[in-house]
Ligand binder design. Sequence first.
Ligand code: 2HG
Ligand code: ZN
Length: 463
Amino acid sequence: MLPQRIIEQLIAIVGESRLLLEADDLKRFGVDRTTLWQAAPCGVVLPGTVEEVQSIVRLANQCNLAIVPSGGRTGLSGGAVAKDGELVVALDRMNQVIEFNPMDRSVTVGAGMITGQLQQFAEEQGLFYPVDFASSGSSQVGGNIATNAGGIKVIKYGMTRNWVVGLKVVNGAGDVIELNKGLAKNNTGYDLRHLFIGSEGTLGLICEATIQLARAPLESSVMVLGIENFAEIVDVLACFSHDLDLSAFEFFSQLALEKVVAHRGHAVPFQTETAFYALLEFEHSSPEIVDKAMALFEHCLDKGWVMDGVISQSLSQAKNLWKLREDISETLWQWQPYKNDISVRISRMADFLGEVDQLVMEQYPDFEIIWYGHIGDGNLHLNILKPELLSVDQFHNKCVNVSTDIGQLLAKYEGSVSAEHGVGLLKKDYLHYSRSAVEMDMMRSIKRAFDPNHIMNPGKLFD
Ligand code: 2HG
Ligand code: ZN
């Protein structure tokens, strides 16, 4: 419960209608896509300007009130969960285009802008915002930056980090700071912008972002290939990426395909059933590039790596093939999956796949495990489905053991316990498998420098 005195001060900052205290609102704004924690914020505040954000943070410092920044709440690691009476600061209203600069090919937007609207804006200017994922219709730019969101085109275009050329933030102490100011070149010491990217709300609130836009992409084709052996997905990747500039190389298992087909009504890509499928995309300026892709496909067939395949003949066919991959995450929610979002260097992927497959098969034979992910980035999404007979708690406890085993394997392979979803609450106990004690100490010191009173998203990333 917020004391009346703080309620009055918040209302003085944002106006009465921008402070939400009803149970429904607290529930809605206090969680992300995870289902393990109950929302219990003390209030939700919706600032409309950077100055209002600053006043809220200053007030929170005076009252020792913890803040959880909130974007589109599509996160998968609990980074935006407010379960301990925190004040949720939701940036939804700060969603405008602030400035478009065609010469720089950059746009400054409010952090609350929906990712899909930024993509749309870029398209209207004949440009392209290449960070894309299934939740782009509801995730927000600020949240994408706070988690350094990845998505389906990282192999060619990189993560969100690659496209942020400026940030306006309010740090945990309540200072407004402009970071990098849209510059392409700026070697003036530590680049604090990059500390905020992926900071998961622990250093301050991202209020505005200047985003570099790309040139519009060329026409692209999508292929889906049927692959029987796990390790050979990597052979196919090596073969295609050697000769083609791929814009995506994804994979999913037969089990994932079955669920998406059954629950979304999509058509299978071809009749041959294989244990795995790779989905790849490439842009092309001439028919020769498509011919080259077909020759690579033939080569993979001859090698016995690929059993069957299809290439899109139209935009709508390409979109339908993409749905087979993009709809997996949403389809799986009904099984309350435990999510692993892990990565290793691509060169170590083949060996890692073998070991992680063996590990889960031997130790967890009763679990239904759905494999998919961005194999071209070395990133696997391993979703473990909750068996009907287990309660959420029993299931979670068992998954914790799985995560420990996978964490140890990742440490051996020098991989990451969170490739793109962030650490939040879900992965903080496993952070030490990817980050050394010295690094974690340094991260804590950095947090102290930006957030001396420890009010920004406490308990996320680390304790
Ligand atoms: C994807 O690649 C998303 O589809 C979600 O990152 C992955 O839900 C997941 O595990
Ligand atoms: Zn993903």
